[in-house]
Design a protein around this ligand. Sequence first.
Ligand SMILES: C=C(O[C@@H]1C=C(C(=O)O)C=C[C@H]1O)C(=O)O
Length: 390
Amino acid sequence: MTSEGTVELLDATGVADAPSDDPAALLARWRPGRGTWFSGPRGGLLAEGAVRRFGNPDDVGDVLDEVAASGSGPSLVVGALPFDPAGPAALVVPREVTWSPALGRTVEAPAAGRPSPHWGSRSLPEPAEYEAMVVEALRRMGAGDLEKVVLARVLDLQADGPVDQASMLRGLAARDPSGYVFAVDLADAGAPRTLLGASPELLISRRAGEVIANPLAGSAPRRRDPADDEATGAALLASAKDRHEHALVVTDVAGALAGVCDDLAVPAEPSLIRTDAMWHLSTTIRGRSSRSALDLARALHPTPAVGGVPREAAGRAITELEPFERGFYTGMVGWTDSSGDGEWVVALRCGEVCGASARLYAGAGLVPASVPSAELAETTAKLETMLASM
Ligand SMILES: C=C(O[C@@H]1C=C(C(=O)O)C=C[C@H]1O)C(=O)O
């Protein structure tokens, strides 16, 4: 079904009637400006072409009804919503959707795998200034205004030629096979602009009414030596500072879901997960809901995994202290269909790539026990996910 030049068989709704049985070949079909890739441990999809593009997530229901009435495309929307809930989204009803099983270890890493030393690079803010931002956030916490806030920085890269986005996507998939890997077409009028990344964090998935949320918070960089690495993970799981940082997020997410889900099950203790670059504290929350995946995602967003507690004071600190716009970083990426099923992940370990330029993002959650140099090191380690696939 997926080999080059083979025409997909479409059913009446335009959805490919059989999923791809070769996820790596399907991934290799993605090209910048021509569609969106989204995959995770429960499988994924390649969305190609555009029947409708729109920017207001409130319009999803109406758009899907119109597309169904005209029979012009599948009953599915893919794309990204920005960090700012009032900002314009990048949503599309694709012309064609091909579903894929989970990538697992099917993708081979491309030979490339580091920005060339000849590329220009600039950290915004500079590392010392990031530490000063952390100090200011801690001051606000000491004054009693703030319990937790996530502060981020960006790394701007200027290559000596167009960045190979398809190779980056393969690199991200090869290095983090159990992560959520995405390449979202941001549909700029000019050159293709893509949100590329490999996020470990599931905001919400809903399939046939079954809901899963998997908030993460509390992190430590992976270590090269296996014994050191295991010890780092164990120390994270035992860390009072990280457990507190994690509990703030779980309480917020579980509280928001309690109003819109039945049979909510919230584990009392976090567990550990690892990506290629990081250890994280993780809690998998399960329930049932008649609300759509996108409704649930928007009810949760922004969780304190990317914003903070209390929400308003954290939002103020982010606006006042971060010297750049987050755009889609710490927003969400995913899909939703007309039955209400869907999957939305937090847009992390990601960057926007356009032509020869790339802007990579990374942040860290701050609580009163945070140490500025450790939080800076955490953002550096998080940037590694993207840097290693460039
Ligand atoms: C903000 C980021 O990650 C978030 C912050 C985390 C933390 O502070 O421990 C962990 C996972 C994410 O929820 C990022 O990767 O940029």
